[in-house]
Design a protein around this ligand. Structure first.
Ligand code: URA
Length: 292
């Protein structure tokens, strides 16, 4: 059971104050009866609510696909940075959260929902939901390096990583990375800020140390422009802390740019620009919630 004004606010009819006015203006019917009080309780699963002649079905859960931009933290609140949740304007229920975490310098697919059960299922280490990333690293990994991923690598945790699949897209020079140069620089800035920013927090949990990634002079120095790079696609079955960066570090490469492109069967919609989001389609919700 739920208050009528909450039901209507949850279904984006208006803010809690706006819907009170709509109710008082005599435009709301519950099971065909005119209702003028905002605080009456209705059964959101059974009662038929009609607003200005239109039936409104209740959806308890919201599901958004965000193309996460850099500079946002995967959290619901943060004292220093903007959060991914702040990018969702249609956040009517106010209890949405990101499913898992992408680093501040990572872009791409992030599911945002208020469905705790789905989040738990997608994140549970036992479920091994696949995650696919587009990665640009410095240097030129070859097949022998990448074979290490297929066996699992030691990234300093109790157990090695599970076997991961990796495809080399192409090796390139800085000039050939034209479309990514600004992103690589931006990602480096965020890492610098994280490692040497005002908080002075260089050393995060466990073996991870931001300064492995960012020497103080590691901004746009000459090595950027002279070095070789490689674009790859990596599919992992876990979601450990900074997993992709730590995997490449374990085989001697540094991730310069990282973007998640798939989680389970949910693919990042290529039409979504960085920072944009959309609601999931019914089909997408179905295959996520049905574990397929
Ligand atoms: N692995 C990382 O290292 N960072 C991310 O944001 C996601 C996966």
């Amino acid at each position: 059971m739920i208050r009528l004004d909450k039901f209507l606010a949850d279904m984006s009819v208006g803010t809690r104050n706006e819907v009170k006015k709509v109710i008082k203006s005599g435009n709301i019917f519950v099971n065909g009866q005119l209702v003028l009080k905002p605080d009456i309780k209705i059964d959101e699963n059974k009662d038929l609510v009609t607003v200005n002649g239109e039936d409104i079905a209740y959806c308890r859960y919201e599901y958004f696909m965000l193309n996460k931009p850099m500079g946002y933290v995967s959290a619901t609140s943060d004292s220093k940075n903007s959060t991914v949740v702040s990018l969702i304007d249609e956040n009517t229920k106010k209890d949405i959260f990101p499913v898992g975490r992408l680093d501040i310098d990572t872009e791409g697919l992030l599911l945002i929902t208020n469905d705790g059960r789905l989040a738990h299922n997608l994140l549970s280490p036992k479920k091994h939901v696949d995650k696919k990333y587009f990665v640009i690293v410095n240097g030129e990994p070859d097949k022998s390096h990448l074979a290490l991923f297929e066996h699992g690598v030691d990234i300093g945790d109790e157990t090695p990583t599970l076997p991961a699949k990796v495809n080399i897209i192409k090796s390139c020079t800085w000039n050939e990375l034209e479309n990514y140069q600004d992103k690589i620089k931006e990602a480096c800035d965020y890492r610098q800020e994280n490692a040497f920013g005002t908080s002075g927090n260089c050393s995060k949990a466990g073996v991870w140390n931001e300064s492995n990634y960012c020497d103080q002079d590691d901004t746009y120095n000459e090595s950027y422009y002279n070095g070789k790079y490689c674009m790859l696609e990596l599919k992992i079955h876990e979601g450990r802390y900074h997993q992709v960066k730590r995997m490449f570090l374990a085989i001697g490469f540094k991730v310069m740019y990282l973007k998640r492109i798939q989680m389970g069967r949910l693919k990042l919609d290529e039409k979504l620009k960085c920072g944009d989001y959309r609601k999931l389609t019914n089909e997408e919700i179905y295959f996520l919630t049905n574990g397929d």
